[in-house]
Write a protein that binds this ligand. Structure first.
Ligand SMILES: [Zn+2]
Length: 730
């Protein structure tokens, strides 16, 4: 019996007739998918799929035909749009069974099964370019008009238990049947259809080690059934929950947040360096009550070794995490580092052994053998991925796996997927083909780039430039509001930022904003520590922060302004390098530092000698640091000249005084940017290239100097000044 909305306590009932009734049938499917995907207890990010069989007019002949609309490959139910759904002529799709049946060898994991995926394209209705997923037959072969396939924690807990078939019967009685684990594909669709033929009253099936599938002719009823079944499973689990005795009880205690962060700040760069030997990774720290209860428990080592169960989970989490048996109350951080080192060595060799034991003659080559999930008592969970979003989802998946284990151990005994089955998913040729279709990674993918001075001018332009190369950009500035503005622009452009649980850092997606005063070592240290907590480490740093103090009419600069000019333009970059050095050395990964100096550093002229001499010091600092930090860090200088566009160093009064000085006509009513343009055109005439120098020109060079394109260049100052012969370095 389907439960009423008011009886649901473990899932949110979100269906709204007023909204749904205004939509066409395909949009109703999109709506249903979005509200199912919005609740992590119903399905995980990117997991599960939905379908509707909808009567539509065939554009070829005007006839009414049945069309299967089914969530396609990739994307997430919560954010799916119409474009995420594939559409297939039902009659053509069903006729594929004839081809399947004609194959001499058929069944799960046979060649014909994999080749069916390519056949779905031939059944496309309405020129829809969306690719069908491997789960399509699970929807197409079920003779009901609406089907939901979800990965709810509560149902996976049943499906990952030793006596899953009996539990299915006990929890759902006659309503839901059970099918053992089988890799999804055409054959699994046939197995399910047969199950339904034998028992036409079935409303759904628990899929062994995998999830739930259920159906109804009406779409709202299908949605309500999905929620009702998940509620029943969750209710049953709640009744059996072991409370304090969960996971055999607690063996260790959690550390205070302050102590935990101090350890993580020390640990993360070292760990990142160790897991990033082949490919660089971005980290996510995940610390919730439930994660801590698991990592601190008696059973954690045993359960961690079994690995995750749902195939969606372990594709990210790998077959198992690395659990480090460290006593946070009685052992030192040095002991933890030693245990991590030996744990990693063992993990990699276990992974290679798993690969060797399970591989087939045509298997893809072994992937990165480092763990993507690391569990440490007292501290929590550290996840690694190729970018922030991937490591965050990996952390989410393992925390869902923890919920599955908690529930499964409460009602029965938790069971992992057999290693060979796990391997046949992980190294599935179809998965490999999907990986091969992905566009090549960008220059700064997997990298954390800190731009100091990102709130305006060259820094802001540079933040945008490196973000376009796939960087995770830390927008640092004296003004945190200005830094946040730049970070918001990047998040707007490249995707939503996500907070990092337990660290107090929000907006941690492609960009974050942090305040920094580069005249203060403590401020720099704290900014870099926040970067480590947000991403696991630091790669390139680009410093664009600087100050220009105009002398008064007599050419006088007060002593405090002289000192400030040096503190920001020369000592600041040194302090940044000196603090970053500790993190860079702990990581042991090649990186780069770019310091913005100035063409003025090489040209003596009247009136700006605090600025000019401080920049000359910065030029030499570049050379000294290049020697000091080699071979780990390349250090180069970017020497701009007279970038007036959008520059905070050219405030309105300075622009006006320059225009007056050079007898350039202007109108007081003109905007500052228009006055700056006039000055830029004038300055351009003094250069060899006769072209105004833009922020984009500077950002391009800041990017190039940081990139692999300049991997053999260090200790150099590159001028981007349009060609000023008096500033030539010699
Ligand atoms: Zn699934």
């Amino acid at each position: 019996m389907t439960l009423k909305p008011q009886d649901l306590k473990h899932v949110n009932y979100l269906w709204d007739d007023d909204t749904a009734d205004k939509l066409d049938p395909v949009e109703r499917l999109r709506y249903r998918s979005n509200i199912l995907g919005a609740d992590q207890r119903i399905t995980n990010t990117g997991g599960g799929n939905t379908s509707s069989k909808i009567k539509m007019t065939d554009p070829l002949n005007g006839d009414e035909v049945d069309v299967l609309w089914v969530k396609g490959s990739g994307g997430d139910l919560r954010t799916s749009t119409r474009a995420n759904f594939a559409s297939l002529y039902m009659d053509k799709f069903l006729s594929l069974e004839n081809i399947y049946n004609k194959a001499e060898v058929k069944g799960v994991k046979t060649e014909i099964e994999d080749s069916m995926v390519d056949m779905y394209r031939h059944t496309t209705f309405g020129l829809n370019p969306t690719a069908s997923s491997i789960d399509t037959p699970l929807h197409g072969l079920i003779p009901f008009r609406n089907v939901d396939h979800m990965h709810p924690v509560s149902v996976i807990a049943i499906a990952a238990s030793k006596d899953q078939e009996r539990l299915t019967q006990e929890v759902f009685e006659e309503e839901v049947g059970w099918v053992p684990w089988q890799r999804p594909g055409f054959d699994l669709g046939l197995v399910m259809r047969n199950k339904l033929k034998q028992d036409p009253d079935l409303k759904g099936l628990v899929m062994g080690q995998h999830g739930l599938i259920n159906w109804a002719d009406d779409d709202k009823s299908c949605y309500e059934l999905t929620l009702s079944l998940i509620e029943k499973a969750a209710h049953y689990i709640e009744k059996h929950d072991k409370g304090d005795k969960t996971f055999g009880g607690q063996k260790y205690k959690s550390l205070e947040e302050k102590t935990r962060n101090e350890i993580l700040i020390k640990l993360l760069p070292i760990l990142r360096g160790k897991v990033s030997q082949a490919n660089r990774f971005i980290g996510t720290i995940h610390v919730t009550e439930s994660v801590l209860q698991f990592v601190n428990s008696v059973d954690a080592p045993r359960l961690a070794e079994i690995g995750t169960s749902c195939p969606d989970h372990f594709l990210r989490t790998k077959i198992k995490p690395l659990y480090v048996d460290w006593d946070p109350q009685n052992e030192s951080v040095e002991a933890l580092l030693e245990k991590l080192e030996s744990g990693l060595v063992k993990y990699r060799s276990d992974y290679a052994a798993y690969y060797d034991a399970c591989k087939h003659p045509n298997s893809p080559t072994m992937r990165d053998p480092n763990p993507t999930v690391i569990l440490i008592p007292g501290l929590g969970l550290i996840a690694w991925g190729k970018n922030k979003s991937e490591s965050r989802v990996t952390a989410e998946f393992y925390s869902l796996a923890i919920e599955v284990m908690r529930a499964s151990e409460a009602i029965s005994e938790y069971q992992g997927l057999p290693r060979q089955e796990a391997f046949d998913i992980e190294y599935w040729l179809l998965e490999e083909a999907k990986l091969k279709r992905m566009p090549p990674e960008k220059e700064f993918a997997r990298s954390v780039v800190v731009v100091i001075g990102a709130g305006s001018g060259i820094g802001k332009a540079t933040a945008h430039r490196v973000a376009a190369e796939g960087a995770h950009v830390v927008c640092a500035d004296l003004s945190v509001e200005a830094a946040q503005q730049t970070a918001d622009e990047l998040i707007q452009k490249y995707g939503v930022g996500i907070g990092v649980a337990g660290t107090g850092i929000s907006g941690c997606g492609p960009a974050i904003a942090l305040s920094v005063d580069i005249t203060k070592r403590e401020s720099i240290k704290s900014m870099l520590e926040n970067v480590v907590l947000a991403y696991g480490g630091v790669d390139n740093i680009i410093i664009t922060a600087g100050i220009f103090v105009s002398p008064d009419k007599q050419g006088y600069i007060p002593d405090d302004k002289w000192a400030l000019t040096y503190a920001i333009n020369a000592t600041g970059p040194f302090l940044v390098a000196d603090e970053a050095k500790k993190i860079w050395q702990a990581q042991g990964l090649r990186t780069s530092l770019v310091i913005t100096t100035s063409a003025n550093a090489a040209v003596a002229k009247q009136g700006s000698f605090a600025y000019d001499t401080s920049k000359a010091a910065a030029n030499h600092l570049v050379r000294e640091l290049a020697i000091e930090l080699s071979p780990l860090v390349r250090v180069n200088g970017l020497a701009p000249a007279t970038v007036v566009e959008g520059s905070s160093m050219f405030p309105r009064d300075r622009v006006i005084s320059s225009l007056t000085k050079y007898n350039i006509p202007f109108d007081e009513s003109e905007s500052t940017e228009s006055l700056r343009d006039k000055l830029a055109v004038f300055y351009a005439q003094r250069t060899l290239t006769k072209s105004p120098i833009t922020l984009a020109d500077q950002a391009e060079m800041a990017y190039l100097l940081s990139s692999s394109k300049f991997s053999k260049t260090t200790g150099q100052i590159i001028s981007v000044d349009g060609g000023l012969h008096e500033a030539f370095l010699r």
